[in-house]
Design a protein around this ligand. Sequence first.
Ligand code: SAH
Length: 256
Amino acid sequence: MSRHRTDARIRVRGPRGPGSAALTAFAVLTLTCAANGQGDAADQENALRAARMAMVDLIEARGVRDSATLAAMRSVPRHEFVPPEYRARAYRDSPLPIGWDQTISQPYIVALMTETAGIRPGMKVLEIGTGSGYQAAVLAEIGARVFSIELLEPLATSAAARLARLGYSGVTVRQGNGYLGWPEEAPFDAVIVTAAPEEIPTPLTDQLKPGGRLVIPVGGVRAVQQLLLVTKDADGTLRRRTLIPVRFVPMREPPG
Ligand code: SAH
C-alpha cells in the first residue's frame, strides 16, 4: 500500500470531527495489525499516529485547551513507553501497567497536569515519579528542562535509556526519594508529582520559585485522592486549589 493511500484512509480529523465511529473503528483495527507487526513499517507508524491524534482530540474535547500541551501530546509516541503487550492499547485514554506494580498515567491526566502546571519552553521542571518516562517526555517536548526522580532503580534505568533512545536529551533522570526533591537543581518553575503522598512534602514547596506551580495528587492509600494546584506568590505565600478526585499509585518511603 502506498504511503499516500494510507494517509488518506486513516485521517481522523475529517469534516465529521473527532467522534467519527467509523474512523475510530478503522483506526483501532489498523492499530491492532500495526501493534502485532503486520503491515509495512510506514503503515504501522501511520496507524499509531492516527490513533494518537484521535486520542488527543478526545482529550481536547474533555476541556484541555493549552495548545503547547496538546501539541506535545500529539507528538510524543506513547506506544514507545508501554510494554510490548500493551502497545495496541497505548492510545486508549487509560493507565497501563509498566511492571513493578506501577502504571503509566492516564493520558487525560497527563495533559491536565501539564496544562495546570503552565509549562513553557525553557522552564526548569521537577517531576517526581519517572515511571515509564512518558510525562517527562511530554514536558521536554514543550521545551522544558526536566529533572525527574524515580524511587525504583529498574524503572529509573529503563526510563533514562528510553528517553535517550527517543532523543529527549532535555530530561535528566535519577534514582532517589522524591520526598526530598532535588535541592542541587532547585529552584524550579514547576513541580509535577505523579505518585500520591498523604501530605504535601515541604521540600517540594520550598524548591518552587516565587510564581511557581506545584501539581500534586494528595491522599491516603484508602482515601480519595485530590489533585491539587499549589502556587507560590512573589512573597512566598502558598495558595492551594483542589482540582479533581484522582487515583495515583502511592508515593512510597516517606522519610522519618
Ligand atoms: N510519570 C509516570 C507515571 C508514574 S507512576 C509516567 O509517565 O509513566 C508513579 C511512579 O512514582 C512509580 O514509578 C513509582 O515507583 C514512583 N514513586 C513512588 N514513590 C516515589 C518516591 N518516594 N520518589 C520517587 N518516585 C516514587
